[in-house]
Design a protein around this ligand. Structure first.
Ligand code: DNO
Ligand code: MN
Length: 357
């Protein structure tokens, strides 16, 4: 397991490289050109600039998260080809600095969806929270109005997306799950050969949460969906980002079993816990198994058992000790999470060593 830490870039993150350097066992930064909108080419000079910053601290940039997919590709519009060509150019440009894994997602309109970014846990910390009834009762138009008028905060609802969000919803009236699968296949058939040439693993991130929101289709939601996804191609570049917190929001998803089954195709592990309530609401918690509903101990065991040599990150954390940070992306809880993951990993290592002796 090769530990990494997501960093949003200079002037765009409350966490500094100096701080990340002091977290045990972190070897690389998970990065992106966050100022580049989906569909734009990532210019080589800008990629090289990030490399310079990472080099100063001895971090690699093997993992990119994410090169986002333009909405027209997901919608299967005529205009998609131009954006797909740009995607290929970006893949080639990140390969120039040695990128090995490129994470992406295929969620219509939004990335991860939550209803409250600072929900209080009983210990006084705050965390990302998803309230089912709030999402179910909301009609997208009301939601758009709410966000526009009251600064309602939801990740993935960037100002430039808000402008076109109404049209996006309208466009998806024509795209059901089957069509979305087809559009995903079309995209993959185009980009996988380039990824292969550049020795990059394209690792899809599951949908978060793993069910349709606001009547928009979502397809990467379960073990069966992953099976279907992987059957699209046997290219060595056709891989997964296995996110335990995203898939884990549905208690029917047995994450350790998914890891044991598909470990050969997991290029990137997102490891975090969520606590699911009886009504289906969920909140992000510490990484400890007993604090949530996801068996983090067995997940790390599954990775250990299967000899996982891919990249991992703690994904999200709570906001602790009044840290002012990007929601889910503070320093403290992600650092604690990493130590917890290493603690489990090292314990399984020890057991293995003793068994051999
Ligand atoms: C949620 C996070 C996501 C992820 C993107 C990948 O679990 O890991 O924000 O970064 O969906 O494209
Ligand atoms: Mn994730």
């Amino acid at each position: 397991m090769r530990m990494t830490f997501r960093w949003y870039g200079e002037n765009n993150d409350s966490v500094s490289l100096e701080q990340i350097k002091q977290i045990p066992g972190v070897e690389g930064l998970v990065w992106a050109l966050h100022h580049r909108a989906a569909g734009e080419v990532w210019p080589e000079e800008e990629v090289l600039e990030v490399k310079k910053q990472a080099d100063a601290y001895g971090f690699h940039l093997d993992v990119v998260e994410s090169i986002n997919v333009h909405e027209d590709i997901k919608l299967g519009k005529e205009t998609r080809n131009e954006y797909i060509e740009n995607y290929k150019t970006s893949l080639r440009n990140v390969a120039k600095i040695g990128a090995k894994v490129v994470c992406f997602n295929f969620m219509p309109v939004f990335d991860w969806t939550r209803t409250d970014l600072y929900k209080k846990l009983e210990d006084g910390s705050t965390a990302l929270f998803y309230e089912t009834s709030k999402v179910n009762d909301m009609n997208p138009n009301d939601l758009i109005e709410q966000i526009t008028n009251s600064g309602y905060t939801m990740p993935g609802w960037e100002p430039e997306r808000l402008k076109t969000i109404k049209e996006s919803f309208k466009s998806y009236e024509e795209v059901d799950e089957d069509q979305l699968w087809k559009n995903l296949e079309y995209f993959l058939k185009e980009v996988l050969p380039v990824a292969e040439e550049e020795d990059i693993k394209l690792a899809i991130h599951p949908d978060d949460p793993p069910w349709p929101v606001f009547n928009l289709p979502r397809i990467i939601t379960s073990e069966q969906a992953i099976e279907r996804y992987l059957s699209i191609s046997d290219s060595p570049s056709h891989c997964l980002t296995l996110c335990s917190g995203s898939l884990g929001a549905n208690p029917n998803n047995d994450i350790p079993a998914i890891i044991r089954r598909f470990h050969n195709r997991i290029a990137f592990a997102h490891i975090r816990n969520v606590r699911i309530y009886e009504n289906g609401d969920f909140i992000e918690t510490s990484h400890r198994t007993k604090d949530g509903s996801v068996p983090i101990d067995d997940i790390v065991k599954a990775y250990h058992e299967t000899g996982f040599k891919g990249y991992a990150r703690p994904d999200h954390g709570r906001h602790l000790w009044n840290e002012q940070c990007r929601p889910g992306y503070g320093l403290y809880d992600r650092a604690l999470g990493i130590m917890h993951l290493w603690g489990l990993w090292d314990a399984y290592e020890l057991v293995k060593r003793k068994e051999r002796a």
